[in-house]
Design a protein around this ligand. Structure first.
Ligand SMILES: Nc1ncnc2c1ncn2[C@@H]1O[C@H](COP(=O)(O)OP(=O)(O)OP(=O)(O)O)[C@@H](O)[C@H]1O
Ligand SMILES: [Mg+2]
Length: 329
């Protein structure tokens, strides 16, 4: 077991992350195939690595095979190997990644992007451990554990439109679903501190988020999940002039809004109250929670802004910080 890269590599203390750690540890104790489901950038590869690190197979190196954007023939050759002359361009024999992964774990990244024929071969290998290199008559046996990842939702997977049902049911013995970042925003303080610490380790400049900058980050939807957050922070870090990263530096680092994203369609609140509330929160964050400055930005008197903040129950930062501290304890 390689605990350093295990479940402790997942940053966050939300219920979703705590449950995820438990699921990974439980799955690591078995030797069945696993299907890791989650939106892009949510941490599927990180989870697969943690699962390998916590398992009894961790002493052998993990193999990650990217199944997207590769032709079926190339993918089959990469996984199962080939004899020389098996196809045009196959000048030399090749062993294949499954042989190299014997005794370890193989991650099939974006399994849903593979062809139906490839999936049929894969199903057989999962069930029997048999592999047949392209152009060869000999069948060999490997002992690998498969972890497949997909960014399709559970309902899409169950409908059978994403990949073969028989393969889905074989993989679905253990399913690990990762919640999108927008559903566990309470992880933001820890995630942002973690990524800023990594940047400081690399570039030597210490940086912290101001209260307003964190609050601005808390108002985002993150269709690109943790990877998007990391990139936003990297840009804000690169452009920040003082130790405290300001709201306007975060604002400039944010990705442009994506009006047609799945997120907006599914969860966007387009009621007038929702829009006004978000606008007030965003302006307050931009003003680093200085109410007079926010009122100036909104071109309204301070008392009018105060009235709206009470009406829409928008909390002051000190109150929010207290709530967060209480949630952590
Ligand atoms: N809980 C977490 N703690 C720390 N880092 C995280 C966490 N979740 C994701 N990350 C980081 O976010 C980035 C994206 O994660 P990862 O590559 O595992 O996502 P993915 O779901 O495989 O994405 P894709 O669908 O695009 O392949 C990586 O830099 C990863 O280390
Ligand atoms: Mg990935």
């Amino acid at each position: 077991m390689n605990v350093a890269h295990g479940v402790s590599s997942l940053v966050g203390s939300s219920c979703a992350i705590q449950e995820l750690r438990c699921k990974i540890s439980a799955a690591a104790a078995f030797d069945e195939p696993v299907l890791v489901i989650g939106e892009t950038g949510v941490g599927k590869e990180l989870v697969a690595r943690a699962l390998h690190a916590e398992s009894a197979r961790s002493s052998r190196p993990l193999q990650i095979i990217n199944c997207a954007g590769v032709s079926s023939e190339l993918l089959a050759s990469e996984m199962f190997g080939h004899r020389s002359g098996a196809f045009t361009g196959a000048a030399r024999s090749r062993q294949g990644r499954l042989r190299a992964a014997d005794g370890s774990v193989v991650v099939l990244d974006e399994i849903s992007e593979t062809s139906e024929r490839f999936q049929a071969t894969l199903l057989r290998t999962i069930e029997t451990g048999e592999i047949q290199p392209l152009g060869s008559d000999t069948v060999a046996h490997v002992d690998v554990r498969f972890v497949a990842t997909t960014n399709h939702s559970m309902s899409e997977l169950v409908s059978g439109d994403c990949f073969r049902r028989d393969l889905f049911y074989r993989l679905a013995g253990i399913i690990i679903e990762i919640a999108p970042l927008r559903d566990r925003l309470e992880d933001l303080p820890e995630l942002t501190a973690y990524f800023l610490a990594l940047l400081e380790q690399r570039y030597g400049r210490p940086r912290r988020l101001s209260e307003g900058a964190l609050s601005l980050l808390e108002q985002q939807e993150y269709p690109g999940n943790v990877r998007e957050l990391r990139q936003v922070l990297t840009r804000a870090y690169g452009s920040s002039e003082a130790v405290r990263i300001s709201p306007s530096e975060v604002d400039a680092a944010l990705f442009p809004a994506q009006p047609c994203s799945r997120t907006t369609v599914e969860t966007g609140d387009l009621s007038l109250e929702g829009v006004v509330r978000r606008h007030l929160q965003r302006t307050l964050a931009l003003a680093d929670h200085n109410i007079s400055q926010a009122a100036r930005l909104l071109s309204i008197p301070r008392s009018t802004l105060q009235h709206y903040l009470t009406k829409y129950r928008i909390e002051a930062p000190a109150q929010r910080a207290k709530q967060r501290a209480a949630a952590r304890s």
